[in-house]
Design a protein around this ligand. Structure first.
Ligand SMILES: [Zn+2]
Length: 694
């Protein structure tokens, strides 16, 4: 498309059943923010749109497990996620949520509209049903074997192993995620979007139209789905959490979360436009608007096939110009996992590295999984900081600012005649905005970030070659010229680093005393992105700059080791949790069982057995009598903390002597994977001592 009039940039709506981690930031939000900041700096009209995805099955499962309402879950994580985006400088124009009334209305109207146009198929079909839970099973409510790759833990809507999206009834050997039962089939009516009907359009639009400009990983996935043949896809669910199906026969049903979520981009834009007094429609309906979706690879099918088919069926919307999906980021060689706590959570990062958001933004971008899965390692994070941000960028700025203050009291000196090196250096600086822009516009953000660092390298090389610290002793005029040139490079960096290092850009602009978002100062030097190429002077002679301030500081090995230790602890806890469950022992008869006399008791007294590590001598009220039991629990409990504990006692175990004390029975215990003992005890206070357990 020729120069767009405006941009609508969306990011995948994070699902509100947990906080977000570095994988999300690297895959979607940092690249999108770099793109948007660059567009704004170059004077474009942009709507940067995001929000929380708050419907769907996993939220209801989490709510059930935690004994709270789905609304409690989404309120909690929406707030946490929104704060993380603010903390890391993701500059949304609007961040909304799909439980917002404006979204319910927009999605509901969208559905009604397609329904009236006859764009859906209504079909009563057999769906998986859990008789015990009294509920239809779809999406994450059902787990089974993926028909495509054989993964035994595939979800009903999508296999996380091979990325295939399917219907729950396609699963082989399905099991209910609620009860573990094998579901039955039960008839229910649903509305389907006939994707097959849109196959020709998708072929023409993507396979022909975007062969050259879409990333190969995205294009390849789309092609493989289309080649496999598209089928009608249900857009409603039997569920009570979501947007009610707004047409006759829709009682007790809601819109499928993947139908309503992408409409969230539209409703968030409407919310923004209403607040700003703008018209939202051009951002979604004018052909001169460039629509770009930033997502992870697991969302490609929804953004490249399903949502465009919905927009096409509606008829008045534009389609995305590009969907620059990233692959996945791994952490220290392993897949990031919320359930296994194998992640670097953003709130935790900020606690451990306060004020160092730019370091993470920079390291994640430098290693972004743009074309293939990539690995985040703490060692690399340290190296990016110490060897690039500190040693190149920070070092250059620091030398320029310190020397300017030392030689000229912080006043930009007047240059004399430029040498050829000076001319070449200044010309090279002018080329950078275009070089970086060209990478950004092709969604090559890693490359763009490296080009920015190359500009700092250029500055360092210039200083190292021209050696103003030596020149000052022999030629004051030449020194002034060198420092003037170096200051122009610093000025260029302060403008061009903003998309990548927004917090640093602010600091640097304040040091150089040029216009920043701090509007309390009256400053008349403002260098836009394009000015770096067109202006001859970025920091004029006689301009006063501020004092040096460290932009980055070295990260020590010890700090990195602490992060590695944290991960190691996660790994161990995981292994412990996955520790193999002991196999079942040989079957016994009921008569065998009734031989065991188990009673409820209370520990009355306890003392540590002398010269032993593990043993406590207990006096236990068994209801029958008060007896002495020696128990090997001293490593998990002190004598004081077990007094008064309700316990389960095997009272007819033959007495045996332990360290000279006769133990008359056994207290039942279990052991956690970490090796901590736990009492098996009746927790109802109405259960009296001496009652039998059977
Ligand atoms: Zn699969």
């Amino acid at each position: 498309m020729s120069q767009p009039k405006r941009y609508t940039v969306t990011t995948a709506l994070p699902y509100t059943n947990g906080p977000i981690h570095i994988g999300h930031l690297a895959g979607v939000y940092v690249p999108a923010d770099i793109y948007v900041r660059y567009l704004r700096l170059t004077g474009n009209d942009v709507a940067f749109i995001g929000g929380s995805d708050e419907h769907g099955v996993p939220i209801t499962i989490k709510a059930k497990n935690e004994g709270v309402t789905p609304q409690d879950i989404v309120d909690k994580y929406h707030a946490i996620i929104k704060k993380s985006f603010e903390d890391f400088g993701i500059t949304y124009d609007n961040y909304s949520r799909t439980t917002a009334p404006i979204h319910h209305k927009t999605a509901s109207d969208f559905f009604k509209n397609l329904h009236e146009k006859g764009e859906f198929i209504e079909e009563t079909s057999e769906q998986l049903y859990d008789e015990e839970a009294n509920q239809f099973l779809a999406d994450r409510f059902v787990i089974g074997t993926c028909p495509k790759c054989g993964n035994e833990e595939s979800y009903g809507d999508q296999c996380e192993n091979c990325g295939t999206s399917h219907n729950a009834t396609d699963l082989i050997n399905p099991k209910s995620a609620i009860t573990g039962n094998t579901p039955t089939l039960k008839q229910t009516k649903h509305w389907f979007l006939p994707l097959d009907k849109h196959e020709d359009f998708l072929k023409e639009w993507i396979l022909k139209g975007h062969k050259k400009d879409w990333k190969p990983n995205v294009y390849g996935q789309v092609k493989s789905w289309i080649d496999d043949g598209l089928r009608p896809r249900a857009v409603t669910r039997d569920l009570d959490w979501g947007i009610p199906v707004p047409v006759e026969g829709g009682e007790g049903k809601v819109l499928y979360v993947w139908f309503d979520a992408p409409i969230g981009y539209i409703s968030s834009t409407i919310e923004w436009a209403q607040r700003e007094g703008k018209d939202w429609e051009p951002y979604w309906k004018d052909k001169d608007t460039k629509l770009v979706h930033f997502i992870g690879k697991d969302n490609i099918v929804f953004h490249c096939i399903i949502f465009p088919s919905m927009l096409k069926a509606e008829g008045s919307y534009i389609l995305p110009e590009n969907v620059p999906a990233n692959e996945f980021l791994n952490l220290e060689g392993n897949k990031l996992s919320t359930s296994k706590n194998w992640a670097v959570w953003l709130p935790e990062y900020l606690e451990d590295f306060p004020g160092q958001q730019d370091v993470l933004r920079y390291a994640l971008n430098a290693n972004a999984p743009e074309t293939k899965d990539n690995d985040f390692t703490w060692k690399d994070f340290q190296a990016r900081n110490n060897n690039e941000l500190v040693a190149i960028f920070g070092n250059f700025i620091n030398r320029v600012v310190v020397l300017t203050n030392k030689y000229y009291d912080g006043v930009v000196p007047t240059p004399s005649e430029f040498t050829q090196i000076d001319e070449e250096t200044l010309a090279a600086v002018k080329a950078y905005p275009n070089v970086i822009a060209s990478s950004i516009e092709r969604y090559r953000f890693r490359e763009a970030g490296q080009e920015l660092m190359n500009l700092a390298r250029l500055g360092n090389k210039y200083l190292a070659d021209e050696e103003p610290w030596k020149m000052i002793k022999v030629d004051e005029n030449r020194t002034q010229t060198i420092m003037y040139v170096a200051l122009q490079i610093a000025g260029a960096l302060s403008a061009l680093c903003e998309p990548f290092l927004p917090f640093t850009a602010e600091k640097l602009k304040n040091i150089l005393n040029v216009s920043s978002s701090d509007s309390t100062k009256e400053i008349n030097i403002e260098n836009s992105w394009n000015d770096i190429s067109t202006k001859d002077v970025l920091l004029p002679a006689a301009h006063q700059i501020g004092k040096a301030e460290l932009l980055f500081s070295k990260i020590e090995d010890k700090t990195i080791q602490e992060q590695l230790d944290k991960l190691e602890a996660s790994r161990k806890a995981n292994e412990a949790a996955n520790k193999k469950v002991e196999p079942q022992k040989d079957t016994i008869t009921f008569e065998d069982f009734t031989k065991l006399d188990l009673r409820v008791g209370t520990i009355l007294e306890a003392e540590k057995m002398p010269k032993t590590k593990k043993l406590l001598k207990l006096k236990v009220d068994t209801g029958i009598d008060t007896r002495t039991i020696v128990s090997g629990i001293a490593e998990s409990f002190s004598a004081e903390e077990v007094v008064g504990k309700r316990v389960t006692v095997l009272v007819n175990l033959a007495p045996r002597a332990l360290r000279g004390v006769e133990s008359q029975g056994m207290i039942l215990m279990t052991e956690t994977p970490e090796g901590k003992l736990v009492f098996v005890n009746p927790d109802d206070s109405s259960v009296a001592n001496g009652l039998q357990i059977s």
